[in-house]
Design a protein around this ligand. Structure first.
Ligand code: UDP
Length: 239
């Protein structure tokens, strides 16, 4: 398979066409951004770590019957995925109050939610990814009612699988963001990445943050935290 022209460059990844129809080539970058791109930096080794971490999570989900775009990891920073058109909805699942939810509800960070909740955000950088509800999604034409029910069910199923998997490794899954895409055949499948860039992970004993909040909040040891997540979930890359 050959890597062809670049289709898209996002904040953390580049997407290329390939010589094989229906397959994309993804490259994970070391770039980190926060606060809608206002804060930027390079985190040495992040591309390699997130490629490996995402490979582990997406492979686990595939094993458990959650269809997703991952096909194979082909180098330290690259993977081949199924071609999809990303649905511009960020699907966030939360188990514990943190970040924007803690702010919105006035809840203390760390408070356990009575049940996992799902939220939708409109994936639009110019608007700063605003919080939206089902009616907004309807009038924007982003997804129909059936697809929305499916997104919610998939998100909650993914939460159960990941939560249990990481808890066995001494990690609490606080919250995370998913993106879904449509295949050329019209199926909606999980896409994008699952990594410390897109999830909040806390050590279950010490409650130490092992995710992108270390970068957002200037807590230091960002690479070390990502490496710790990778080591605990069974990855082998040492950077
Ligand atoms: N998240 C993400 N990309 C975004 C916004 C949020 O991956 O553009 C993830 C974030 O890492 C966290 C979860 O979604 O795991 C919930 O984020 P929150 O709404 O609390 O936003 P933040 O605190 O980043 O403003």
């Amino acid at each position: 398979m050959e890597k062809l022209e670049q289709l898209y460059e996002g904040k953390a990844k580049k997407v290329f066409k390939t010589s094989e129809p229906g397959k994309y080539w993804i490259e994970y970058k070391d770039d980190a951004t926060a606060f809608n791109g206002e804060k930027k930096a390079q985190i040495a080794g992040k591309g390699r770590l997130n490629n490996e971490i995402s490979t582990i999570f997406l492979s686990l989900l595939k094993e458990k019957g959650v269809h997703n775009h991952f096909i194979k990891k082909i180098s330290a920073t690259e993977q081949i995925v199924q071609q999809v058109k990303i649905i511009p909805i960020e699907v966030v699942v939360r188990n514990i109050a943190a970040g924007s939810l803690a702010k919105r509800l006035g809840w203390e960070e760390g408070k356990e939610l009575p049940q996992p909740i799902v939220e939708f955000y409109y994936k639009d950088d110019e608007l700063g990814d605003p919080f939206i509800n089902n009616d907004h999604i309807g009038i924007l034409g982003l997804a129909n009612e059936t697809e929305l029910v499916e997104l919610r069910e998939q998100a909650l199923k993914i939460n159960e699988i990941l939560k249990e998997f990481v808890l066995n490794k001494g990690i609490i899954l606080v919250d995370f963001k998913l993106e879904f895409g449509k295949t050329p055949a019209g199926d909606v499948i999980l896409a994008d990445e699952i990594s410390p860039d897109t999830c909040r992970f806390w050590d279950s004993e010490t409650k130490q943050k092992l995710d992108k909040d270390r970068f957002r909040r200037d807590l230091g040891n960002v690479e070390e935290a990502y490496q710790e997540i990778l080591s605990r979930i069974g990855g082998s890359v040492n950077v």
